[in-house]
Ligand binder design. Structure first.
Ligand code: CAA
Length: 382
């Protein structure tokens, strides 16, 4: 199958990512079905799509007629089988719990047409493990969007062990048709590119709170003052503390126990304080986006430490052959979030030896092996 044969796309899950992905598919002119486990969740997803299309209309990015056509192109379901009977591609965006994802893939595989491609929007998890719940692993692929899906340009296209080249190419072409910037992830590796490069940052952010080095707002204010659109803790709330928590558990299980989530994060999950989506997380979101008080910035926090551990982790992706080049990593990092430059572009300006020294010091100060500089970082010249 080629991308031109795709007419109808199903999205499993109408939450933060699901509704956004469905909207992206509608904007690209596709017919779309959206499915969630309860009618009220489906309705909420639909109203969020309408709200976001309303913003685009206000800014004259779409016309009133475009909006009407898109709303006529969407159908909603609670029954999983009914939602996929006549679709050409399915994108799963259910919570980051492997058993749940496998159950959804099994059900979708049983009901979707045999030609349909099944994509997962998993943030971190093995595409190969998800694909093994189906009888068509060659047609299963990772298609990882970033939050908010309608604005963020990156789509990671991830090759599972059995994903065919035809499926990879089709998914890549589909991302282009959706006006996104696709990056090929050649190896099914935890966290893929964007989340893997950012993962050690979460270890540092956890330690900063646990050791009382700074409060979240002090770090967020500092990072906003140096030009980040959101501080790192605010971003955790924005994406969802549940996503951060389950991601950390998965990293801890598969990569290093140092990724184990903080006890304060677990307490927030247990209390149902998941961030923006529940109105409370690290910040209070009940009245909208929190106001970060820039006067609280921790001025002696050096943002270069975050760059150093990101560049270091990025070199691991090169060593492991997860992506083809440093440029591809930079492309992913610039288009997945609000950063103006990729880690290697920054590293060339700062100097690899300086970054390696920072990583060495951080590894010692916090007793974290993940921060240790790689040989590639120490050698530089990337
Ligand atoms: N639909 C349509 N328009 C939207 C929108 C939506 N869902 N959300 C925001 N906008 C629009 C706003 O209306 C606003 O428009 P104007 O400038 O015309 O007023 C514009 O986008 C900017 O929004 P805000 O003024 O509210 O705030 P902002 O300037 O900070 O931008 C943001 C918001 C684009 C989200 C920006 O803060 C940002 O880039 N944040 C970083 C996001 C990020 O890093 N995402 C990646 C997360 S990691 C991930 O997703 C991976 C994973 O696997 C978990």
């Amino acid at each position: 199958m080629k991308v031109g044969n795709i007419n109808k796309i199903a999205v499993m899950g109408a939450g933060d990512m699901g509704h956004g992905i469905a909207e992206v598919a509608l904007l690209a002119g596709y017919k779309v079905t959206v499915r969630d486990i309860e009618q009220r969740l489906v309705d909420r997803g639909l109203s969020r799509i309408k709200e976001s299309l309303g913003k685009l209309l206000e800014k004259q990015k779409i016309t009133d007629e475009n909006k009407r056509t898109m709303l006529a192109n969407i159908e909603t379901f609670v029954d999983i089988g009914e939602s996929v009977t006549d679709v050409d591609l399915v994108i799963e965006a259910v919570p980051e719990i492997m058993d749940l994802k496998r159950q959804v893939f099994q059900a979708v595989d049983a009901a979707a047409p045999s030609h349909a491609i099944l994509a997962t929007n998993t943030s971190n998890m093995s595409v190969t493990d998800i694909a093994s719940a189906t009888k068509r692993p060659g047609q299963v692929v990772g298609m990882h969007f970033f939050n908010p899906a309608v604005l963020m340009k990156l789509v990671e296209v991830i090759k599972g062990e059995k994903t065919s080249e035809e499926t990879m190419q089709l998914t890549y072409d589909l991302a282009l048709k959706m006006n996104k910037v696709p990056v090929r992830v050649e190896k099914d590796s935890i966290g893929f590119v964007y989340n893997r490069v950012n993962a050690p940052t979460a270890i540092l952010l956890r330690q900063i709170v646990e050791k009382g080095i700074a409060a979240p707002e002090e770090i967020d204010a500092r990072m906003k003052k140096v030009g980040m659109p959101m501080g790192p803790y605010e971003l955790m709330d924005y994406v969802g503390l549940d996503v951060a928590y389950y991601g950390a558990l998965y990293f801890a299980d598969r990569l290093s126990s140092e990724y184990q989530p903080a006890s304060w994060l677990k307490a927030k999950i247990d209390a149902g304080e998941l961030g923006k989506k529940t109105g409370k997380g690290i910040y209070d979101w009940s009245k909208g986006r929190p106001e970060i008080d820039l006067s609280k910035a921790k001025e002696d926090f050096d943002p270069t430490v975050l760059i150093a551990i990101q560049v270091n982790e990025a070199t691991k992706l090169l060593e492991e052959g997860v992506v083809k080049s440093a440029d591809e990593i930079d492309k992913a990092m610039v288009n997945g979030g609000g950063a103006g430059f990729g880690p290697f572009q920054l590293a060339r300006g700062i100097g690899y030896d300086k970054l390696a020294k920072i990583c060495e010091d951080l590894a010692q100060q916090y007793g974290v092996t993940v921060f240790k500089p790689t040989e590639t970082l120490k050698q530089g010249n990337i």
